[in-house]
Ligand binder design. Structure first.
Ligand SMILES: C[S@@+](CC[C@H](N)C(=O)[O-])C[C@H]1O[C@@H](n2cnc3c(N)ncnc32)[C@H](O)[C@@H]1O
Length: 395
């Protein structure tokens, strides 16, 4: 497993509202866009701390803590979604710019990658060190061999380039960089607070598990025994949820055996690891028995899926959940002021590396959940950028 860290690019998220009359004759504009992208990406204040492992806090049940809605009123807009997604003119202009391969592949993508890594490292996320350590570790390949299920069939949407990895999530580079990318993402949620990447990660995750704990305590059928974390990636969401619900067995499921191999490696020796299982599988067809799970979680997964897959994920969740079980998802909040006002360079980049953005920002998640058999459906603005949508399977 040999990867080229400084070669081909990974992801970001973000772009531009310029009048691109002729993309082929707009070098000046491209440079302007790239410089905006660089400025925006490196704007975060410097913080220190190299994340090593997830260190979740005590569970809410034990803390007796009140659930806090982390977003403030000013974080949420009256508009339903950003103008740069969906059918708006701006969105179409951005899509046209992205589809210009010379502009995107030749210039934006490599610069985005370099900027992303450099900014992360400046902010204390040891991006290349973390990835290089994983690359050298021989246990990763054996985890991969043990976890990979050759009968898994990848849906067509999953095989597209994603987060600027040509092979999407199905490669070592994406898996080795997933943890530092996740820590960098957490830092971007709280740009004004001079907190470490680890503190940002905990704040982000705790707001999610708080919302889940509150909903499940109010509407669920007692302390969960089995929790399915679909799209668990390298296991950060799985560990936080597992720590909140310490009586539960956790199934971390993902379509990428590369991600799961890293998840297994990261989990070794971590408290509660014996309760966590890493399964190579498709969220739309998990192979789990009917009515066998108490909570299904999808953290930061739906934005990677087209609308049909989102519906299928909900249908499968309804099948495997016990009556009274909880569905929970979190992802970018289309109503977030921060998301709606992202600088052009950033939203162009985000759209260019996440091919299902237009569908994600326009789909009615709450309505789809109700249609899939869930009640008590509601949304919590868990932080300035993200929403968490919850529902309970009708009895
Ligand atoms: C952004 S990561 C989410 C990471 C993780 N849940 C967290 O909160 O840190 C999205 C993950 O979803 C996985 N994924 C996407 N579509 C999937 C599907 N249909 N079934 C299972 N996993 C899927 C991808 O392979 C990727 O690892």
């Amino acid at each position: 497993m040999k990867v080229d860290f400084l070669g081909d690019p990974p992801f970001v998220g973000g772009c531009c509202c310029f009048a691109y009359r002729s993309l082929h004759h707009s070098l000046a504009r491209v440079l302007c866009l790239v410089s905006k992208m660089l400025a925006a990406a490196s704007a975060a204040p410097t913080r220190t701390l190299a994340p090593s492992a997830t260190r979740p806090r005590a569970p809410a049940a034990k803390r007796g803590a009140a659930v806090v809605n982390r977003a403030t009123a000013s974080d949420v807009s009256q508009k339903e979604k950003p103008d740069w997604a969906g059918d708006d003119l701006l969105s179409k202009v951005v899509d046209a710019a992205i589809n210009n391969k010379v502009l995107y592949e030749g210039l934006m993508k490599p610069m985005a990658r370099r900027t992303l890594i450099n900014t992360a490292e400046k902010n204390g996320v040891a991006w290349r060190d973390i990835a290089a350590r994983l690359e050298k570790d021989p246990s990763i390949q054996s985890h991969f061999d043990a976890i990979k299920n050759d009968t898994v069939e990848y849906p067509e949407y999953y095989l597209k380039p994603f987060h600027a990895y040509a092979e999407g999530n199905l490669c070592w580079l994406a898996a080795f960089e997933a943890e530092p990318a996740t820590y960098s993402m957490a830092l971007r949620v709280y740009p004004k607070d001079r907190i470490t990447a680890e503190a940002a990660q905990s704040r982000l995750r705790d707001s999610y598990t708080d919302a889940l704990r509150k909903h499940h305590d109010e509407h669920g059928a007692g302390e969960p025994k089995t929790i399915l974390d679909v799209g668990c990636s390298v296991g950060i969401s799985t560990q936080y949820i597992s720590n909140e619900f310490q009586e539960a067995k956790m199934i971390g499921m993902d379509l990428s055996p590369y991600m799961l191999a890293v998840a297994k490696h990261r989990d070794a020796g971590v408290a509660g690891a014996e309760r966590r299982e890493w399964v190579h599988g498709l969220g739309e067809n998990t192979g789990l028995p009917d009515s066998s799970v108490d909570i299904v979680s999808l953290a930061f997964v739906i934005h990677e899926c087209p609308e049909k897959a989102t519906r299928d994920l909900m249908t499968e969740a309804a099948r495997v959940l016990k009556p009274g079980g909880t569905f929970v998802m979190t992802d970018n909040n289309p109503k977030s002021e921060v998301i709606q006002k992202l600088p052009p360079a950033l939203f162009t980049l985000m759209k260019s590396t996440e091919p299902h953005s237009n569908e994600y920002y326009t789909v009615d998640i709450e309505g789809m959940l109700r249609e899939s058999g869930f009640g008590e459906v509601h949304t919590v603005d868990t932080d300035p950028r993200h929403r968490t949508v919850l529902g309970t399977l009708n009895k």
